[in-house]
Design a protein around this ligand. Structure first.
Ligand SMILES: N[C@@H](CCOP(=O)(O)O)C(=O)O
Length: 487
């Protein structure tokens, strides 16, 4: 399969090359040239495990890998997960189920794709005979950074660079990133927000002068953010797996529609649900759940994307984003490259763009959108614990709240993107408890309340030595990167 750019001004490339490039040279994002379809056999699907569904999805998009290679990548990628079934579908009540995607090494859904991406990427490098070291640039609002550092830790022929906002990430997220053991890692706190960091990453990825300098030094850029096609395809797998589990448990009948609600920041996770639907999975409405940075809620209501607004640091920091990169892939799908290019130019120049009525109508046919502010998030954590004895993390709480804003007869899948342990202080406050100054004590407190052990992956996290102390302004990042790469 070939991949083209959403902006239509770059050559189509193979899946291997799209994985390596991360971003297309015209600044666009890679999408399949012809979107594939899967002819699902519901009886077979209900019996399939995560690995079999993973192979099916990956081979549909990346036909350059053999089935044996893909099976191998999947098994290696998920060996560190704390559940043999990889993800868990938890029934909250008769109609709502939570898709727990936080059983990987950094306790967030980012592990689902970032445990796999290093295998896809290093195999792509081998197959294309490239000798360069890949410099994986990553902007994070909290979760991607830790998962990318974990996934790429000491992977040969790679350097992993992570920029995270100095304000807003949780104590645990910061500790995960700054104590990473990988000798190929470079981690910097940025005096700015996620959008600033992502803007710099995209600029560096598309800088032709820098690319030349890198080439001379035997280096080339790639990306671990969901702008990389490998991230998205890996995220499609769990929607199909969730549907399969609901068939198996009898909660869904073959072919019955399932609504999906996703806590949304960079729009990658919900786009993966949209792609699962395009592949042929019977999904109903997709609900975009936002926090107080509800640029997407407003966009899906009005067709006006307006990033010119106050940026809020919230209790769901991974979603503190005003420039949601993967919306571009959706716009391309609905309106084509020319309009997308035009809208993205407006966004870069004026921080806003407006889609036409036909596009808005098409978007509204597939998507709902709603947001929860900080109090509503807190209240949802408290009420869900009171009513269902289940502890939500703040991002999932945003999704549960947003899901409640729409009524349908269909079964509901709510994506649970992070473990409550990752946001212990916020969860404790929502339950009316005063968090301690010691983050390790807060983990124990959450464990007691949730009647769960502290996950092994983080049990000794706060005893680890912080290796990265650097804090830089946005303007310093380019020079710092060059210095760290010896350019
Ligand atoms: N929510 C993310 C922001 C980056 O999103 P990505 O899916 O493009 O990596 C984070 O936690 O870093």
């Amino acid at each position: 399969m070939k991949f083209q750019s959403t902006r239509g001004n770059a050559p189509a490339v193979s899946g291997l090359q799209a994985l390596i490039n991360g971003l297309a040279p015209d600044g666009g994002l890679y999408v399949p040239q012809a979107f594939p379809k899967i002819d699902f056999n519901w009886d077979q699907l209900a019996k399939a495990d995560y690995f079999q569904i993973g192979q099916l999805v990956l081979s549909t998009f990346f036909d350059e890998f053999s089935q044996g290679e893909l099976a191998d990548f999947l098994h290696q990628a998920y060996a560190q997960f704390d559940r043999p079934e990889i993800v868990k579908v938890h029934a909250l009540d008769g109609k709502r189920q939570l898709l727990e995607l936080f059983h990987g090494p950094t306790l967030a859904f980012k592990d689902m794709a970032l445990s796999l991406l290093p295998y896809l990427l290093t195999a792509a490098v081998k197959k294309t005979g490239q000798k360069d070291v890949l410099v994986i640039l990553t902007a994070t609002s909290g979760d991607t950074g830790g998962a990318a550092l974990q996934g790429f830790s000491d992977i040969g022929q790679t350097q992993i660079v992570v920029y995270y906002p100095s304000v807003g990430v949780s104590a645990l997220q910061r500790q995960q990133m700054t104590t990473t053991p990988g000798q190929n890692a470079h981690v910097v706190a940025v005096e700015g927000n996620f959008d600033d960091a992502q803007r710099v990453v995209k600029k560096l990825l598309a800088d032709p002068e820098l690319a030349k300098q890198m080439q001379t030094a035997g280096l080339r850029f790639s990306s671990a953010n969901s702008i990389n096609i490998g991230r998205l395809v890996a995220q499609v797998i769990y929607y199909i797996y969730a549907y399969a589990q609901l068939l198996k448990s009898g909660r869904l009948k073959s072919g019955e529609k399932l609504d999906v609600t996703v806590p949304t920041g960079n729009f990658g996770d919900i786009l993966a649900a949209y792609w699962a639907k395009k592949l042929g999975l019977p999904l109903g409405k997709l609900t975009v759940a936002s926090n107080a940075n509800h640029v997407l809620t407003d966009f899906f209501a009005s067709g006006i994307y307006n990033a010119k607004r106050d940026f809020h640091v919230t209790t769901s920091p991974a979603m503190d984003i005003l420039l949601s990169s993967n919306l571009e892939r959706l716009l391309f799908d609905v309106a084509g490259a020319e309009k997308t290019r035009h809208w993205m130019a407006d966004l870069a120049d004026k921080q806003t763009f407006t889609v036409d009525d036909k596009t808005l109508d098409l978007l509204q046919q597939s998507f709902n959108a709603a947001f929860a502010d900080v109090d509503q998030t807190s209240q949802t954590i408290k009420e869900t614990f009171r009513d269902h004895d289940y502890l939500l993390d703040p991002h999932t709480a945003v999704a549960v709240y947003a899901n409640q804003q729409f009524t349908t007869q269909r079964q509901q899948l709510i994506v649970s993107t992070a473990s409550p342990f990752k946001f212990a202080e916020i969860v404790l406050s929502a339950l009316g408890q005063k968090p301690a100054d010691d983050p390790a004590a807060n983990l124990k407190q959450v464990a007691q309340i949730a009647k769960l052990p502290v996950p092994a992956a983080i049990a000794d996290l706060f005893t680890k030595k912080v290796r990265f102390h650097e804090q830089l302004t946005i303007d310093q990042l380019g020079e710092d990167l060059k210095a760290s790469l010896g350019l």
